[in-house]
Design a protein around this ligand. Sequence first.
Ligand SMILES: Nc1ncnc2c1ncn2[C@@H]1O[C@H](COP(=O)(O)OP(=O)(O)OP(=O)(O)O)[C@@H](O)[C@H]1O
Length: 505
Amino acid sequence: MSSITVCARFRPLTSKEKLNGDADSVCIRCIDSETFVFKDDKDEELTFSFDRVFYEESKQDDVYQFLALPIVRDSVNAINGTIITYGQTGAGKTYSMEGPGILECDEQKKGLLPRVVKGLFDSLSPSDEELTFSIKLSMVEIYMEKIRDLFDLSKDNIQIKESKSRGIILHGVTEITVLDPAEALQSLSRGIANRAVGETQMNLASSRSHCVYIFTIQQEFLREKRMRSGKLILVDLAGSEKVEKTGAEGRVLEEAKTINKSLSALGNVINSLTCGLQGKTSHIPYRDSKLTRMLQDALVSFFITIICQIIPIIQQISVPHKVFLTKGGTARTALLCCCSPSASNVSESLSTLRFGARAKHIKSSPRVHCIEEKSNTGSTASSPPGDEFSLRIMNELGKRLNMEDVKLLEELFIQEGILYDLQSVEEDQEIENLNFQTISLLQEALEKLTSAIDELKRENSILKAKVDASVEFSFCKEDKKRLIHNMIFGGVIFVSLWGLLVWVI
Ligand SMILES: Nc1ncnc2c1ncn2[C@@H]1O[C@H](COP(=O)(O)OP(=O)(O)OP(=O)(O)O)[C@@H](O)[C@H]1O
């Protein structure tokens, strides 16, 4: 069983495809809800199976219920989740993610985003007065390898940082606290309006960037003095396109090249993760693109489900003087591979399906795998595999654990980075902020010094020209003084610059 849920979705033929007569040459034949036969450009038939296949008549709600709802529920239980739409340009990624419009659209046509928003608020509405929660929302796009804050366009080059306690974070990204679904949708709509969109031959409103929606769900259990936090990330990838086929030029061509490059970086990461499982490679090239770096936490799920399920027991019987922040457990990831059913797009659809098939082979840690195999039955998307088995272990442990064991387990989990003392999380964050401020100040100083050096170089070359031009090789006293002064000043700046550089590195 893969730790990534992978589904394929075929949209209906567009009117352009129908006009081209593609209706007679649809490249797929449905077998059942998981399997279909795909006819490639050499008329060879290939059988593909995924966790679920959504055909053209599938409803938006079917996609939400199967692909997203389990992840929404998990994120409320502090298990991080990521939902990604992937595919060729014009294949239906944005339609699946947003629907025809985020604010006003037919209930049936609503995409994943508005449904996720509703699902989050529905699952969180506290019946217990001792529980408070907050949902924060951030929206960024990766455009031409730069991360832009869609809630504050002045932040157009957000840096990715990695924190031991919080994993991958976007430094300084705007976080909006949303109090209800209507407010969340308004904010999303504002962010979406700021996205880079352009026209391609395949799509009149093509996304020219990867768009990332980040929901941070924080809950505080007042009685137990405990907090927990989960992150739900939705990623609407920009579409891959064959530039020779779409005839892209100029800016659109540059955008397409950058998009294709980052998508192949994603493919390489997935290949390395699957090869790594066969012992072929150990290096995973996450740093090759902003996209893979941002998705690093979603693609690798090192956390061990069983341990995460024991945490509630510990927290129930733990001494309440400690306040814990529970980090998300095994990241749950779902990938929706969007395809055109048209025979004119077979090679692009085939490459999307192969990408999905490859991603299905990313597995979680062997320990989880073993649990899954033992449970083996009744594993639907809404009840994570291994639940029953884990529940049994939890009950057993709950009976047997004494206070001493609990303390030892707490220490072990803190050591392993699964539980965090709130105080150390805050300290960790403070140190990170301080580091970032120092680096920014140094970078600023470095820039000032570099421009001062450039200015000095320019002045010196003017003076040198004057010297060269002087027939008697004698120049005025003033110039001599300035040259000597500049040389000394330049030397001092050069030495401090090197000192700074060595220190920063
Ligand atoms: N399941 C669907 N049902 C009805 N129409 C759809 C469906 N999927 C996509 N479409 C339509 O197909 C067109 C292209 O879809 P969409 O914009 O979602 O593509 P995309 O994959 O996001 O493309 P790009 O990567 O260029 O942004 C749109 O007009 C959209 O309304």
